[in-house]
Structure formats: C-alpha cells, structure tokens
Design a protein around this ligand. Structure first.
Ligand SMILES: Cc1ncc(COP(=O)(O)O)c(C=O)c1O
Length: 364
C-alpha cells in the first residue's frame, strides 16, 4: 500500500476528506483587510502586560485563568465559574465539540456563517444542518426553529454573523430560545458584538433566564489581540463543568492571559476601535452607494459585497495593488468580504477600487 492510501485508511473516516483551513495570502507588505482583525494594532496596556508576563514563562500559568475570569465576572456582573477561557474561540469550539457532540448528532447553523461550527460537528462525527439564508442574506430565525429535530444537540447562531455582518435583536434570540427544547444547547457567537449598535441582542443579559444558552466572545476582534489567541464562553456553571473536563490544562499561555486581562482595562483603545470602525463604515457605505456597488449594511468591522462573478477577478486585481480582501463563496457564486481597516488603508482601497472593479467586470 502506498503511504497516501495507508495514512488515509488510518485517519478517522469523518475527517479524511475535510478541507484544511486556508487563511489566504498574508504578507506584511500587503494592506491586510481580509481577516476582520483590528488594524489599529495592540493596545499599549496589553503590550506592556504581555512583555512583563514573559519573565514568568518558566512556570506553568494559572490553568483556568482565574484572574481573567474574575475580571470578566466583574465586568458582566456575574460569577467567575460561569466562564471558560479558550485558545481563541476556535479553541472554545473544539471544547464544545469534545464535550457535547456524539456521532450522528445534528448541529444547526447558518448556511453562510463562520465555518468552524460545521467543522466541529463533522470532526466529532455529527452532522451540520445548514439553515438557508433569508433573501437579504441574514440568518433566518424561523428557519433555525424549523431545523431543530429530535436529533439536534446544538444550535449555533452567530450574531452579528460572519461573513454577512447582519444581526438580530433580543426578541428574535428569545423567540429561538423559547422554541428550542431545554435539552438542545444554544450557542450564541458574539465575536463582533462590540461593533454593533443597541438594536442587536446582548446574549450576556439572557444567560440567567436560559440555562441551555452559552455566549461566546473573543479578544481577537475589537480588542486587537488575534495573534494572542484568547476567547471565552459563558454559561450556566453546571454546564461549564463539562467544558473543563475536556479543556486542555494550561491551554492559554501566561502572556496571553495577562494581555487579555490588561486589554479589558484599556477602554480608550476600545472606544477608538469601535469609533474607527463605525466612522469608516459610513465612508464605505457612501462610497459604494455613490458608485452603485452592492453591499450589505454591517453590524461588525467588515462589509460583504455580493458581487457574484466579479468577485474573483476583483480580489485578484486588488491583490496586484497590494490589498488583500477575502473571497468567499455562496451558492456557487463569489462574494467579497472587506474588513474595515485604518482610514488611510480604506482611502487607498477606495482610490483603487473602481479601476479594479471595472476591469473585473470586463473579465467576468
Ligand atoms: C464569528 C467568529 N467566531 C469566532 C471566531 C474565532 O475567533 P478566535 O480568533 O477567537 O478563534 C471568528 C474569527 O474570525 C469569527 O469570525
């Protein structure tokens, strides 16, 4: 047997044909507006704490990140035992899969949403049930309710949703929570919530009412710490115990925990990040409107352009200009996701955009 066949036969059947994650081209020379990072950089306070923590790296840290959990508990007016800290939210979803998903379980998620939910289900031998998007490319609340069957173990609702930037209010989240049986776990991924306006649900305010609800947030987006890898999940303390059973000890490094703790206190950095994203989004909306470019209004730090066949040549053309945006697919058609960058980066994109767009239209 050749090596390829041999190793294929050794790998678990449900992961053999999974696609590996493709981050797309990244290079320091490019204007990077493809991964929904915070291009303002790292908060000074977080940086100082990370550097100071390096001198403690000969020791294992505090395995459960008690300092960070206590700080989060104070911020959200609840108790530390309701939080579990992970190696980014990606790490949190690994824990959710390991703790709760059995073979053949169904995980309900959006048709066009963050890809990790479906992967988590499939890696564990479960099945992702993808709910078709609404006509205006939002997540379909009634569709989510209809998709729940007696095989459903978990519902994952991304609010605001990546990559559409759409979001729903508390009434819609309650409608789903009231309809879903208590034995179905409801995971609300709020990775981008800080960028949203008041009309968008804040899952943390619903935790006490719904014991099957869990809320996820991350330090990778508004906090500007994507490379540090810290995310968290909050839920009923009894439920969180099962995540601790599968959580790798010391999974969050000492500098990562210290940086995240300090980042919470840097309110000036947070305000600047939110304001920049909001102001720059308005500039983009005006630009797209005045040039007749289709876009979806966003509650996040990115904007989706459903441009179909123009998308691939547009991405390639922008890459030649030194700007990297994200090309994704929806129902066989291309879509472009642009992260709202620094004002000067956005200005550069706007300067180059129409020339590249017109050329892309000719190719498409
Ligand atoms: C909706 C959503 N959830 C989770 C994540 C993962 O975040 P982290 O960097 O904390 O793993 C992302 C990252 O892009 C995301 O868009």
């Amino acid at each position: 047997m050749d090596k390829k066949e041999l190793f294929y036969s050794i790998a678990r059947p449900n992961i053999r044909d999974l696609e590996e994650y493709d981050p797309g081209p990244v290079s320091p020379e490019l204007v990077r507006i493809s991964s929904n990072e915070n291009n303002l950089g790292v908060s000074e306070k977080a940086m100082e704490a990370i550097i100071n923590a390096v001198s403690e790296c000969n020791r294992y840290g505090d395995s459960r990140c008690d300092g960070l959990r206590e700080k989060l508990a104070r911020k959200y007016g609840t108790s530390p035992d309701r939080f579990v800290i992970g190696n980014g939210l990606d790490g949190v979803f690994t824990m959710l899969g390991r703790a709760f998903i059995r073979p053949d379980d169904e995980v309900v998620c959006g048709e066009l949403t963050f890809s990790v939910y479906a992967e988590m289900a499939e890696i564990m031998g479960g099945k992702a049930v993808r709910v078709p998007m609404t006509e205006d490319m939002g997540l379909d609340v009634d569709g989510f309710i209809r998709a729940v069957t007696d095989k459903t173990r978990m519902v994952v609702f991304c609010n605001p949703n990546n990559p559409t930037g759409t979001a729903v209010g508390a009434g819609e989240i309650r409608k789903m929570l009231d309809a879903v049986p208590e034995g179905v776990l409801f995971v609300l991924d709020e990775a981008y919530i800080e960028f949203a306006d008041e009309s968008v649900a804040d899952g943390m305010t619903l935790l006490d009412e719904y014991p099957n609800l869990m809320v996820c947030r991350t330090f990778s987006k508004v906090y500007g710490l994507a490379g540090l890898r810290v995310g968290w999940i909050a839920g009923d303390a009894e439920l969180m115990r099962y995540l601790y059973k599968v959580r790798e000890p010391y999974v969050v490094s000492v500098p990562a925990a210290a940086g995240a703790e300090a980042a919470i206190d840097d309110t000036g950095f947070l305000t600047r990040s939110v304001d920049t994203a909001r102001n720059e989004k308005k500039r983009f909306y005006d630009f797209f409107r005045s040039n007749g470019i289709k876009f979806i209004s966003s509650q996040t730090n990115f904007i989706l352009l459903p441009l179909g066949d123009i998308s691939a040549p547009l991405r390639d053309g922008l890459l030649k200009e030194g700007i990297i945006v994200r090309l994704l697919r929806f129902r066989g058609s291309g879509i472009i996701r642009i992260t709202v960058g620094l004002p000067e980066e956005n200005t550069l994109l706007m300067e180059k955009f129409m020339k590249v767009y017109d050329a892309a239209c000719r190719v498409a």
